[in-house]
Design a protein. Structure first.
Length: 367
């Protein structure tokens, strides 16, 4: 406890500390057996670090401690190779959104897979919204607990694979999962790094404006090709996706070299979209309604805002996959594709390949 007290004291009086003290304090917090005491101190530590503006070295130190709970090391992952001309893309979000939305990245991944992309989707059960991506997979009837070899085989066959974050770091998840509802220091990289396979590119959505910090965390863990995005329509509440409203901040790295400065993307100007607000993509009243929004959109029957938010994020996957020259081309092709219903066909294909059935999908669409 002495290390925890010392670190919290130094944080509160704005005094210097080193990474060794930070590491020891975080280890000691995680080893506290009383969950109530642990949660209070964990929340205090993460909040204090956010208040002082953490460095990427500090965040990476905490993540290494977190991963060590499960003997997991992102640096030990093998790069999956599907051929010389194939780029695999991981798409995942930090969660902890300031705006609660439909399951955008999951839907975008299936649409992109229907267009020839190979997409890996790590995800978890919901903490701060109605449905996380793991909830989505479960509710549409997909089997989750399948082997790594089977997941890779499915990826090769249909262009999509899902991995549950809780299954990869179960010990740390029991200490941490479900306890936080706003972005904190671990949000800058945790979800992007918890995946059993390494892809060519990582597309990480961050529900916080500091995308540069997140990119540097990913680089600390050997990710050389990545893009980090964050969107807002009021500069207060952020979503971990490309937006159809306000502005999207984005920054990328290729072969470990940051590609210039922070960029901003305005969908109203760049894509001539209607003047949407965050209310246009808000989540449904319950899990079933949330899932239905996605199923109808992927079947070409969704409302225009849902269609556009899925397509703009699909366009980014296509761009990072090398399948389109820019986001505008990707968006235009995605709009044509989503109205064919092939996104839903791809989702159904994936569900069946996992050993699941289509009963849930058919029932939700029928109701």
């Amino acid at each position: 406890m002495n290390s925890i007290k010392e670190l919290l004291y130094r944080l509160n009086v704005n005094s210097e500390y080193d990474l060794d003290l930070l590491k020891k304090a975080f280890e000691d917090v995680l080893n506290i057996e009383d969950s109530n005491v642990r949660n209070v101190l964990l929340g205090s530590l993460l909040t204090a670090l956010m208040t002082k503006n953490p460095t990427h070295e500090e965040i990476s130190t905490l993540l290494k401690v977190a991963f060590s709970e499960d003997n997991y090391n992102p640096l030990n992952r093998e790069l999956i190779n599907l051929g010389d001309n194939v780029k695999t893309v991981t798409i995942v979000g930090s969660g902890k959104k300031g705006i609660k939305t439909i399951n955008i990245s999951t839907a975008s991944a299936f649409l992109a897979a229907s267009m020839g992309a190979y997409v890996v989707k790590p995800g978890s059960f919901s903490t701060s919204s109605i449905t996380g991506s793991a909830d989505f997979m479960e509710l549409v009837g997909a089997k989750k607990n399948i082997s790594l070899d089977n997941s890779i085989s499915i990826l090769k066959k249909c262009g999509f694979a899902f991995f549950g974050i809780e299954d990869i770091i179960p010990k740390f998840d029991k200490l941490y999962g479900g306890n936080f509802y706003a972005p904190h220091v671990l949000s800058f990289g945790l979800a992007a790094l918890v995946c059993p396979i390494k892809t060519d590119v990582v597309l990480y959505g961050l529900a916080h404006p500091n995308v540069e910090l997140s990119l540097n965390v990913l680089k600390d863990f050997g990710i050389k090709n990545a893009m980090v995005v964050s969107s807002t329509d009021d500069d207060i509440h952020f979503i971990d996706e490309m937006g159809i409203f306000g502005t999207t901040r984005l920054i990328g790295t290729t072969d470990g070299v940051t590609n210039g400065k922070l960029l901003t993307f305005n969908p109203l100007k760049e894509l001539n979209l209607p003047k949407y607000t965050s209310a246009d993509i808000k989540q449904g009243k319950d899990k079933k309604e949330n899932i239905k929004y996605i199923l109808k959109a992927l079947n070409g029957e969704g409302n225009i805002a849902h269609e556009d938010i899925i397509c703009i994020n699909c366009s980014n996957i296509l761009y990072l996959s090398g399948l389109v020259k820019d986001l505008k081309e990707g968006y235009e092709l995605s709009k044509k594709q989503i109205r064919t219903g092939k996104g839903l066909e791809k989702l159904k294909e994936y569900v069946l390949l996992t050993g699941g059935n289509l009963n849930n999908i058919n029932k939700i669409l029928k109701d």
